[in-house]
Write a protein that binds this ligand. Sequence first.
Ligand code: THG
Length: 371
Amino acid sequence: MIQSPPIGLSPRLRSTPFTKRVEEAGVSSYTVYNHMLLPTSFASLEADYVHLKNAVQIWDVACERQIEVTGPDAGWLVQMLTPRDLSNLKIGKCYYVPMVDENGGMLNDPVLLRLEEDRYWFSIADSDLLYWIKGLAYGLKLNVKVREPDVSPLGIQGPKAEDLMAQIVGDQIRHLPFFNFKRFNFNSLDLLIARSGYSKQGGFEIYVEDFKLGETIWDTLFEAGANMDVKAGCPNLIERIEAGLLSYGNDMTNDHTPHQSGLSKFCDTKKAIKCVGRESLLEEIENGPWRQIRFLEILGKPLAPCRDSWDIRKNNIFVGKVTSAAWSPDFKTNVAIGMIHRDHWEPGTVLIVETPDGSRELSIKNGPMIE
Ligand code: THG
């Protein structure tokens, strides 16, 4: 096997407030996300996975950039962007909001935070959403400001995350419900902290509001967690597939609608009358999507992660593709996510997938491994 060549670095591929610390901690691979570095492994995918499930990790997820929408028309614009009904948005809550274009094609799947009456942050996945939102605001002559503020999320994930956070901001953090955020005092700083994150091991995200504060906050977490086996980590491919967390650009793209992406429960298309792409989505709801995300198991020995997607066949006819796959040490099988044609998506169906390691049997599961 030829090793993947390293990626050349330059200012255009943005570093984060935590990059220096991440490299001191021994990051072993990066990906690019929103034109920014995102660590993908430290010790190894498997060792990082075991540690994430047993202790606590600090994640540089600064690449989850914020798009801030402020001004009198902010609420109007934000509702145009998603088929989720936002008429009852609470300040202090997070909302997972599929975003679509005029055809109902997915543009992103951010987490939305309402900070103030007329101030919102979209914490975005990997696509250039700023231009779409700016374009709509300009074209519609809306009274809003749209920008990417100096905000860098830092994840604290794992079963000991709550104990670690309590060391820093006090026990009141223990009462913060899932997908809620609040400001907590730390050394005269007012840190915006949410109980959220791209794992199912429990955890928090600190929205660091000044690039210059990155290393101080990183160091504080490591000092406070010294007796908790705290380590640098990152979103873990194996754990996120087990958890059924989707990756925009991998598992779904602009070619797919939220319904095809399994995100119908985050859509209220009939109610969201201002949403761009609503007509297309309503049309699809009539007949149901013709393909949809499924959680899968690929039989046989451990497979290396997907670089390109893998075709799935039934009697030699193309019926879907695998977009994410990894060997799960806990479930002792290859866990995977893919998009499957409606005629073949029933749980229990066995199909054939063409992996770089040859043809394998694949079975369709009821849902993700970790609920
Ligand atoms: N945190 C923050 N921003 C992000 C991500 C994040 N931006 C990019 C990317 N991740 C966006 N994608 C997701 C996908 C899933 C979830 C969050 C962001 C998620 N889903 C839960 C689930 O599916 O079980 C809960 C959803 C809900 O109940 O509303 O957490 O991780 N800041």
